[in-house]
Design a protein around this ligand. Structure first.
Ligand SMILES: NC(=O)c1ccc[n+]([C@@H]2O[C@H](COP(=O)([O-])OP(=O)(O)OC[C@H]3O[C@@H](n4cnc5c(N)ncnc54)[C@H](O)[C@@H]3O)[C@@H](O)[C@H]2O)c1
Length: 401
């Protein structure tokens, strides 16, 4: 069996590494520098060890390519490309369309096409299938299925094997073959009645997080106004053994999923005349957190940040990974700079970002902690400036939410 995985990022490389234990995998990515990097046995993703990749390459189980004709003869094609927002913050399916073009033009015998990219209900049926068919030179009856990815990069307790996986095919045969494929490396497969249910469930999972994070971010502002510790109040609520799930406040939400997926759901809702006011409001609250934090920092520092050297600690969107997509640190830095602060940042996990480099953890007037990697020394943070504002709740002794 030849499995081609289109997109070798967080999702695609992770699935390639697991599938490579059982199948021959072609990792297709249009970034040729990344392809060369992968073929030299180097992983760029937390959770996929370079040694795993080297072993697969040595055994002839994995090869990366950016040549679309290499997709020919695939038995299964897994699509794992970005589904971001466009510059009007609307769903952008252009990467998905490009992936469909490659499949349509080069996969010339019937294959099972599985989409793992996150998108709104109806994407498999009304976008991917017609798009692939429109790019095919002849009429080929591919099978189509969806299995939305749930990987949480950097997480060690849940992985491809022990995270239950949703799936649904457009036909019973597609469902059966999808189950056969994933059951080689995933212990629990949950079939749902249609691709649309799987697509909707995936969006709702991340919308649930977005909304609850917004709620706790609003709660942090309320408790501060009331002179109560948000962390103590949350810990107290968390002693209830049922009906409560603890979320932590912070500088906002980041990554490719939580700020983006709810907008896919809201857009689909609005297109069908259903309100998505709650989802839209949650997004606004989270986006406004950066401004709120900078206001708090300014208020504690005589109301002015003009000319102050401010060090932002942690620009990745979450601890222990280098992913900076949609990171809340960007908004925090923008707001600090708009107040005249001279901003640098410390994040040795990220290293270089937007043409700037991580600076040492020292010598600032003000330090604002946005993300705390495990490798960053707590005492080092406290010693880096006379005033430290922590948005993570992890730096004991600092000011905070
Ligand atoms: N990162 C996550 O934690 C996560 C979790 C669940 C679901 N998802 C979803 O999975 C999908 C992929 O996300 P990701 O985080 O892996 O993205 P990513 O940016 O890490 O990787 C995507 C890869 O696809 C490649 N690519 C783009 N267009 C291509 C094309 N036409 N042909 C070949 N390669 C192409 C890019 O070069 C990149 O290497 C998205 O829909 C995302 O929402 C992501």
């Amino acid at each position: 069996m030849k499995i081609s995985v289109i997109g070798q990022g967080y999702v695609g490389l992770t699935i390639s590494a697991f599938a490579g234990k059982h199948f021959n995998v072609l990792g297709f990515d249009n970034n040729s520098a990344l392809v060369a990097h992968l073929n030299s046995g180097k992983s760029h993703i937390e959770g996929v060890e370079s040694s795993t990749l080297q072993e697969l390459i040595k055994n002839g189980r994995y090869r990366a390519s950016s040549i679309p004709s290499d997709l020919a003869d695939s038995n299964i094609v897994v699509i794992a490309v970005p589904t971001p927002l466009d510059n009007q913050r609307k769903p952008d399916l252009s990467y998905l369309d490009a992936a469909c073009k490659a499949v349509g033009e080069y996969v010339e015998s019937p294959a099972l096409v599985i989409n793992e990219s996150t998108s709104f209900p109806g994407t498999l049926r009304n976008f991917i299938k017609p798009s692939i068919e429109s790019y095919s030179k002849s009429q080929i009856n591919h099978l189509y299925a969806i299995s939305p990815e749930r990987v949480d990069p950097g997480r060690r307790d849940f992985n491809q094997e022990n995270t239950p996986r949703l799936f649904a095919g457009l036909t019973p045969e597609a469902s059966r073959k999808t189950k056969e494929f994933y059951s080689k490396f995933c212990h629990e497969l949950v079939e749902v009645s249609s691709p649309e249910v799987a697509e909707a469930a995936k969006l709702f999972e991340n919308t649930f997080r977005q909304v609850n994070i917004a709620l706790v971010n609003e709660f942090a502002q309320i408790t501060n106004a009331l002179g109560i510790s948000v962390y103590e109040a949350l810990d107290a609520a968390d002693t209830k053994p049922y009906g409560f799930m603890k979320f932590n406040p912070g500088a906002g939400v980041g990554g490719h999923c939580i700020p983006v997926d709810p907008i896919y759901l809201a857009s689909a809702a609005e297109e069908h005349g259903a309100p998505a006011t709650f989802i839209r409001r949650a997004n606004e609250v989270n986006l406004k957190m950066a401004e709120y934090i900078v206001r708090r920092v300014a208020a504690d520092n005589g109301g002015k940040l003009d000319g102050k050297n401010v060090l932002v600690v942690g620009v990745a969107y979450k601890p222990n990974i280098a992913d900076v997509r949609e990171t809340a640190a960007e908004l925090v830095i923008d707001h600090l700079r708009s107040q005249g602060a001279v901003v640098s940042w410390h994040d040795d996990v990220v290293g270089i970002w937007k043409g700037e480099s991580s600076v040492p953890l020292q010598g600032a007037d003000i330090t604002v902690v946005v993300t705390k990697h495990d490798s960053v020394d707590m005492n080092g943070i406290l010693a880096s400036a006379p005033y430290v504002f922590d948005t993570t709740g992890k730096v004991k002794g600092a000011k905070g939410l």
